[in-house]
Design a protein around this ligand. Structure first.
Ligand code: NIG
Ligand code: FE
Length: 434
């Protein structure tokens, strides 16, 4: 029988990890870490989608690629999905980090007018072009480290005009860059200085003016899912304010996320589950009852180990408890200029193995299939299955157990997005070693 011609065949993968979805959903609880490993596997790709995955002999007997990539016995996985970032901002806060190293806390700096509001001042002054450039530079780093889909939040505008400019920047980046961007409106990141002491009035602005403006933007410019997130925390928004905003966003047809329990437990996780949030994120101080509730729900638990690491704090998400409760767990960078300026999901895996108690295979599943479900894209990306987008990585190592074990260097060899090679370490000057 004649072989079918397709755009691309990747063959000779020593380990092809497909990271399958389970019943069309994430890998839940103790089932986390189902690698779907095929030794000597191959993938056939046509028009940006996977048409076949399986043992190399079977795939190659059926398909001939216009381009053929020999993975040379190395590891092949889905592209990494980073389900929680604050991708675009202007300026930096290196001086605040210096103060933190000397003993000041993140909350002290925030209360003194630094922190998020410092970045808000810089971001309000940045043009659309400047924001796109800043975002593009970070996406370039993410792509080189294997991230092919990223969630990205607004939240450094905190006024309608700048929040919309941030959304516009995210839409531009999604259109221009190989990394796919999933936008989230985070108008309720903190209370901006002009509303100091008047948080409820700011919540009125978010629900009464910003959400309708965001809806109008969406109708014009963003046909896909748009998320709304709130920073539910002491010094940011309390539980009642968080509820008002999330309910208004849900009413406007947005999907929900919550920053909850990063420093203190205000009940944000229970609220997120009640409102059917797609994810609850940070989840360091989450109660046993709330962990159980997440386990019974469709809400994905997103742990952000670079945040406690970035803050040099000893407490991380009790990930194993979430797994015992049957929850779907994902991991993310939280890339932001305050707590965790980290673009690299490989470092997140390294931290997750050590501080969340995940095996390398679990960390990989939490960075791919489950992360895709945490951003509502599990039907399209995150696993190597027929019909899904051909987003995949050829690694410079031959065993998935090298991931997380080795850290501080880039272990990716090639990145394929929608069936095209978009990053290749061999093409990079002085591309590093393994
Ligand atoms: O996820 N928690 C709120 N937002 C970020 C920090 C943002 C910043 O400090 O600029 C976080 O840690
Ligand atoms: Fe965050």
């Amino acid at each position: 029988m004649a072989r079918q011609s397709v755009d691309l065949v990747i063959h000779n993968a020593g380990q092809l990890c497909t990271l399958p979805a389970h019943d069309g959903g994430p890998q839940r609880g103790r089932a986390l870490g189902d690698l779907g490993l095929i030794a000597g596997g191959a993938v056939a790709v046509h028009e940006g989608r996977i048409v076949a995955v399986g043992p190399g002999a079977d795939v190659r007997a059926a398909y001939r690629g216009a381009t053929e990539i020999d993975a040379q016995g190395r590891l092949v996985t889905p592209g990494l999905v980073d389900p929680h970032t604050h991708l675009i901002w202007a300026g930096d806060r290196a001086d605040e980090f210096e103060r933190r190293v000397a003993g000041a806390t993140y909350q002290e700096i925030m209360a003194a007018g630094g922190g998020i509001n410092r970045t808000v001042r810089a971001t309000r002054q940045a043009s659309l072009d400047a924001l796109v450039r800043a975002g593009r530079a970070r996406l370039d780093v993410m792509l080189a480290h294997g991230t092919t889909t990223v969630e990205a939040k607004t939240g450094y505008g905190l006024e309608t005009e700048t929040e919309l400019r941030m959304l516009e920047a995210l839409a531009c980046l999604d259109a221009q860059h190989a990394v796919e961007v999933v936008p989230t409106f985070l108008g309720a990141h903190v209370v901006p200085p002009e509303y100091a002491g008047r948080a409820d009035a700011y919540v009125d602005l978010v629900t009464g003016a910003m959400i309708p403006a965001v809806q109008a933007w969406r109708a014009r410019a963003w046909p896909d899912t748009l998320f709304c997130d709130v920073f539910c925390e002491v010094g940011a928004f309390d539980l009642a304010q968080t509820r008002r905003i999330l309910e208004a966003a849900a009413e406007a047809g947005m999907a929900l996320k919550v920053h909850a329990d990063e420093f203190e437990n205000l009940g944000g996780v229970a609220l997120g589950v009640e409102l059917g949030a797609v994810s609850v994120d940070h989840i360091v101080e989450t109660s046993e009852a709330e962990i159980a509730a997440v386990g019974r729900s469709g809400t994905v638990a997103v742990a952000l180990p670079p945040t406690p690491f970035g803050l040099a704090q000893p407490k991380y998400t009790p990930a194993r408890k979430f797994l015992e409760a049957g929850a779907a767990l994902a991991i993310a960078t939280d890339c932001n200029p305050g707590t965790a300026w980290c673009e690299n999901m490989q470092l997140v895996m390294a931290l997750a193995t050590r501080y969340l108690g995940l095996t390398q295979g679990q960390a990989l599943a939490a960075s791919t299939v489950n992360a895709a479900f945490a951003v509502g894209r599990g039907d399209r990306v995150g696993s190597l299955e027929a019909g899904k987008q051909a987003d995949l990585l050829v690694w410079a190592v031959d065993d998935y157990r090298q991931l997380g074990y080795r850290f501080g260097v880039n272990l990716v060899a090639q990145v394929v997005k929608r069936g095209r090679v978009v990053w290749d370490r061999a093409a990079e000057a002085g591309g590093g070693t393994t």
